[in-house]
Design a protein around this ligand. Sequence first.
Ligand SMILES: *[C@@H]1O[C@H](CO)[C@@H](O)[C@H](O)[C@H]1NC(C)=O
Ligand SMILES: *[C@@H]1O[C@H](CO)[C@@H](O)[C@H](O)[C@H]1NC(C)=O
Ligand SMILES: *[C@@H]1O[C@H](CO)[C@@H](O)[C@H](O)[C@H]1NC(C)=O
Ligand SMILES: *[C@@H]1O[C@H](CO)[C@@H](O)[C@H](O)[C@H]1NC(C)=O
Ligand SMILES: *[C@@H]1O[C@H](CO)[C@@H](O)[C@H](O)[C@H]1NC(C)=O
Ligand SMILES: [Cu+2]
Length: 684
Amino acid sequence: MAPLHFEAIFIFIFMIQIFSLISTHPLDSLTPFEINRVQTKILQIYPPPTNTLSFHYMGLDDPPKPTNEKWMITTTRTAYVVLRVNRTTHEITLDLTKSSKNNPKIITNKVYHGNGYPMLTSLEQNKANKLAQGYGPFTRSISKRGLKIDEIVCLGFSVGWYGEKKKKKKKKNEGRIVKVMCFTMDGTINFYMRPIEGVTVTVDLDEMKVVGFKDRIVVRVPKGEGTDYRETMQNRSSTHHLPTKGVIMTQPNGPSFNVDGHVVRWTNWEFHVSFDARVGLILSTASIYDHEKGERRHILYRGFTSEVFVPYMDITEEWYHRTYFDAGEYGLGVLSVPLQPKIDCPQNAVFMDGYLTSHDGNPIRMPNVFCIFERYAGIIMWRHTEASIPHRLITESSRPELTLVVRMISTIGNYDYIFDWEFFQSGSIKVKVGMTGLLEVKGTKYTHKDQIQEEIYGTLLAPNTIGTFHDHFITFHLDLDVDGQDNSFIKSYLEMTAVKNKSSPRKSYWTVKSETAKKESDARIHLGSKPTAEMLVVNPSKRTKVGNTVGYRLIPGPAVRPLLMEDDYPEIRAAYTKYNVLITPYNKSEKWASGLFTDQSHGDDTLLETWTLRDREIENKDIVLWYTMGIHHVTYQEDFPLMPTVSTGFELRPANFFETNPVLSLSIKSPNDIKWINCSTTIK
Ligand SMILES: *[C@@H]1O[C@H](CO)[C@@H](O)[C@H](O)[C@H]1NC(C)=O
Ligand SMILES: *[C@@H]1O[C@H](CO)[C@@H](O)[C@H](O)[C@H]1NC(C)=O
Ligand SMILES: *[C@@H]1O[C@H](CO)[C@@H](O)[C@H](O)[C@H]1NC(C)=O
Ligand SMILES: *[C@@H]1O[C@H](CO)[C@@H](O)[C@H](O)[C@H]1NC(C)=O
Ligand SMILES: *[C@@H]1O[C@H](CO)[C@@H](O)[C@H](O)[C@H]1NC(C)=O
Ligand SMILES: [Cu+2]
């Protein structure tokens, strides 16, 4: 019996290991186990070194969207992989369902011949930077400037597309290239503030060869003093202000949410989180429990940041091509950072890991990629003081606004983007993007504003330092399924109306004019062009008791739109940013607004230029709302040497979705007795 017993234990442990690695939810990201299986299969078909092989993207190929009303997702599980094999791009899908788990079957294997290239891998960027640093003419340029070669930090910049035609036979500078530009970290950790202007090394990533070099101008490198942001390097007396004593959020009874695999449940909410190399955080199947109806209701099938477009406004040789597509070129997930307790997330946070795929196809663990926490920031959810009833005591009613935040941070080179998805008990979802980190600055001879007689494309922030103007356009993919899949988009405008007859002493009032968008072309919205547009996604077949159509509103952030000409190359590639809101019918392959292959793309497979031009029917259909928000970043001295967070965001808010205020009956629970300081009213 004994040996058998041991064997049974062994099998049992083995099973636990397997099950902990196998996903349990059909929308879970690929597990390390699955990534390994895919890698093994691909190495079998394209064994290196015979084939030059690199993995540029691996992720879950979305399971077919359920057609039923229950979001019951089928158990098919497919991986989508983008490879470079012998300098060509391959798109491969593999079947990962249980029967073929150990040897995934190739479903499709397509060679991509169109414009654009897949996301850059971290490994090839590092190699390109090293290559540039060791390149003879480059080291000579560095010594010529009197800089120390071992203090140089180099970075590869995507090159965009400026009208070049893709030729059959490639010439120099026509492949998958990056422009490597360098900085010195002599005297500071903040090398971004010490750019070496004028020197560019162009590297072909497939050949891993230097294919171009320019040393065009010599510009004084700004000094390092005063640029270091580490606490130990600060040298400013703080004796004239009161020190802060620190704040913590404590939950002595523990958090009120639970995480089951990747499903999060908190008060009335339930949703799924997953992690993707390209877009980072993905929220799926968000639903809310409606106490009045006694049922769980669907809101958001899927939401994520589809693209972040950042064009700089300097047209000179070393700068004109700096028009980044952070998701499509670099990957918001690839560049996510492990969240640090206390630094990035409060004490009551819960953390979650994610997995990426390396250049060679290995799974890479991203520890603490998300944190989830409840937030109470002294905000009032609702309140009222009633003092007008004769012969009655004043009554005070109020509820604290306790919310749940899911956070991910991506550091795209110099910039840090803080993505927060915040859930409110009232049914709102607020998405906030905080931008902080370091500006991309340009070296200049100028040390004072009065010396400047030319266009400098930015603000002089410090001696020899220009903070270049730029934009951040952040585009969200929001697949709302309000109370079911078939939804319509309604845009409403407020219209001033004149009183024509003498029925009132008033001469005017405003009223709401609404239109249901029938086709994609009816739903293109420039915010700010008409007074306060209300934008709703409604379920035309569901109405409240009093007859209003149930829906959710998009409450946008400040209106921004590109200030580039339509035929300017970066604008052609990011044409979808022209409208703040676009609606498309759900299509499994339309996820990434800037197209599948964004690096050096020509803008020919994108949300606006291709997808919405089909002008499909969108009324009473499964629709996706694309929302582009952003900031025009005019730089200021306070952004130097590291900028305080600037935030922008939007809200999805119930609109005749509930019969009444859904948060009236919430209880106010305090975990323990609180000592109130100098409070003179009695506390019950
Ligand atoms: C890649 O190139 C090698 C060497 O030329 C060749 O043996 C191999 O078949 C090529 N692979 C593919 C997928 O074309
Ligand atoms: C700190 O500042 C003072 C006065 O500006 C200066 O004399 C001193 O050298 C500085 N110390 C460091 C470590 O930079
Ligand atoms: C005056 O106009 C309002 C609407 O503008 C209408 O409701 C009302 O019936 C009119 N009254 C008369 C007396 O015509
Ligand atoms: C779905 O999107 C893909 C890629 O844009 C396109 O080829 C296909 O025709 C679309 N399908 C429909 C029904 O629009
Ligand atoms: C509270 O009130 C006392 C007496 O009025 C005062 O001395 C003290 O500074 C106050 N505390 C705070 C934190 O304001
Ligand atoms: Cu900025």
